[in-house]
Design a protein around this ligand. Structure first.
Ligand code: ATP
Ligand code: MG
Length: 564
């Protein structure tokens, strides 16, 4: 269901219901609970926008909680990156930055309490044996031979686990629930495991670590979370969360599950994104091809566009996959509003204007935005030799080609109208130079005799243009579902070998002054963000998105017509 003017999505409807019944005294307190084992991606954006958004709408609060129960995989550098990304996306948590590891003492006390209540036991079975005893969806499990240990023995063993007396994996603490439950999660799940590992916050203090399920529901309870919003795969875990909270008689949040965000041609799994980074398929977590928030930021996507995208997708109860074009649409819409325009030629071919004086340079004062005078203007020099896009010239133009071809006229954006007189080709028939003449009475692009010139192309003067590296990004995966691979291969088999194309471009002088983070519309080409890799004399621009390209459509229509 979409968030529409008329109806609310089911999460907000549930919150309204609770507010009406007074279940949480009208309070709304959510949390965003990342595990600091990787960078945040678009899927997390959905959760961030939802949790922080719902809290704000209802005048409530949203905590940032690091679910750091997995010492081997977590790292404080991830914590820093996550903080930055949540802030960038607009999440505000004030001083409510919490860590599951802050609760390790409390969680331990709760575990002893469960033992004292006869609801947890220390099990000596190995991990393999536990799996074997668990049974299957169609067969019930079997009780562990250690299930009926006395409270005293359990307490003693659990304390010794904590004291570091036992090696990794030799024992676990399990909840004593029901080995025949139809819900596999309820078949005496593990609550604590032995890990003699260093934790990024608690150091070597602990030898046992709580399992995610145990720590998660109790962290929500400890923080007084009212609505615990999570993805659908936790539906079955809800029964366990309820059991744990009931067994301890502590405060219960309400859990509401929603569908994960899936994006075509994209991987949204930290485990797999780590693999792309480690195996060098991309240049780090913030590579602009990555679906990470840091990658999108570097590519030039504004946070407003990501929020808009996530809101448009809405929250649903059933899984679906969103088209990548929708994300690009949102990015384009936002950048269209906010980006100054400028000219860059990415695939240059030389134009010589034969009737324009050799050494003359004219300066055109061009607005940064045709409809927004507040964007100001810049000076663009014009001279006898120019660069235009190779693709804006055709020796044999298709029908309705309004750009340059032998004998035809075209308008140079904000400058003059030129007519193609002659073409210089190399031995292979490639265009090396286009010889033109300009109409001196067409300054600003208007004809004095009322004749029509349909096309307008962008350009840059050869003498004053600056070099730039321009990185054109395409989809990282060739297939809509990157996980769809033949036996024996993994998702990297579907990587797009041409996901990055680097161009040596000629840009107008004003663009050379761009600072990392500045985004421009390169006229007729798309939106480009100045990258952190930019150097003094060599700016680097990343393409965020292309413009809607009517030419591509027209030409493919032409091709189709010819083929048909
Ligand atoms: P991943 O599969 O990428 O490792 P995760 O769920 O393990 O994701 P967490 O750090 O545990 O990553 O996630 C933090 C929060 O973000 C959780 O509440 C989780 O439900 C949510 N989240 C993660 N991926 C998505 C997604 N694709 N769509 C919506 N929410 C997501
Ligand atoms: Mg997770």
């Amino acid at each position: 269901m979409d968030t529409e003017k008329s109806g609310k999505d089911f999460i907000r409807a549930n919150i309204d219901e609770d507010n009406a019944s007074g279940r949480f005294d009208g309070a709304v307190h959510t949390r965003f609970p990342p595990e600091p084992n990787g960078f945040l991606h678009l899927g997390h954006a959905k959760s961030i926008v939802l949790n922080f958004g719902v809290a704000k709408e209802y005048g409530g609060l949203c905590n940032l909680r690091f679910d750091d129960t997995n010492p081997e995989k977590e790292d404080s550098s991830y914590v820093d990156a996550i903080r930055e990304d949540v802030k960038w996306l607009g999440g505000k948590w004030d001083d409510r930055e919490y860590y599951a590891s802050d609760y390790f003492d409390k969680l331990y006390e709760y575990a002893e309490e469960l033992i004292r209540r006869g609801k947890a036991y220390v099990d000596d079975l190995s991990a393999d044996e536990i799996r074997e005893y668990r049974g299957t969806l169609t067969e019930p499990g079997r009780n562990s031979p250690w299930r009926d240990r006395s409270v005293e023995e359990n307490l003693d063993l659990f304390r010794r686990m904590k004291a570091g007396e036992f090696p990794d994996g030799s024992r676990v603490l399990r909840a004593k629930i029901d080995m025949a439950s139809p819900n596999l999660v309820m078949r005496d799940p593990t609550l604590y495991r032995i890990r003699n590992a260093k934790h990024h916050r608690t150091g070597e203090q602990w030898h046992i670590y709580p399992m995610y399920d145990y720590a998660h529901c109790l962290s929500d309870s400890i923080e007084g979370i009212t609505h615990s919003l999570c993805t659908l795969e936790f539906v079955n875990n809800r029964e366990l969360y309820d059991w744990i909270l009931d067994a301890l008689g502590v405060y219960h949040p309400r859990q509401i599950e929603f569908a994960r965000l899936n994006l075509a041609h994209t991987i949204l799994s930290k485990r797999k994104l780590i693999q792309l980074v480690r195996e060098g398929h991309v240049k780090g977590w913030d590579d602009p091809r990555m679906p990470t928030l840091s990658g999108l930021r570097r590519r030039g996507a504004p946070p407003e566009a990501i929020r808009e995208f996530v809101n448009r997708v809405g929250v649903a109860r059933a899984d679906s996959t969103v088209d990548y074009g929708m994300l690009e649409y949102c990015i384009r819409e936002k950048l269209n509003e906010t980006s100054p325009r400028a000219m860059a030629v990415l695939d240059p071919v030389r134009v010589v204007i034969e009737n324009y004086p050799e050494d003359k340079i004219e300066e055109f004062d061009m607005p940064y935005h045709p409809e927004k005078p507040e964007f100001g203007s810049r000076i663009v020099p014009f001279a006898r030799e120019l660069y235009i896009e190779r693709d804006d010239f055709r020796l044999n133009p298709p029908p309705k080609f309004h750009r340059l071809s032998p004998g035809s006229e075209v308008r140079l954006r904000y400058a003059y109208i030129i007519k193609c007189r002659d073409v210089v080709l190399d031995d292979d028939g490639n265009v090396v130079e286009i010889r033109c003449e300009y109409d001196p009475d067409s300054r600003g692009g208007k004809t004095s005799d009322g004749r029509k010139v349909k096309g307008t192309i962008h350009w840059t003067a050869a003498k004053t243009a600056k070099k730039a590296e321009v990185r054109l990004y395409d989809k990282l995966f060739l297939t809509a579902d990157p996980n769809d691979v033949p036996e024996g291969q993994d998702f990297t088999a579907n990587l797009n070998p041409r996901s990055l194309e680097t161009r040596e471009a000629w840009i107008e002088p004003a663009l050379a002054k761009a600072k990392p983070g500045d985004v421009f519309q390169f006229e007729r080409l798309g939106y480009f963000r100045a990258d952190e890799d930019s150097a003094e004399n060599k700016p680097v621009f990343n393409r965020a998105v292309t413009l809607r390209d009517t030419w591509a459509k027209l030409e493919s229509a032409n091709r189709d017509r010819k083929a048909g």
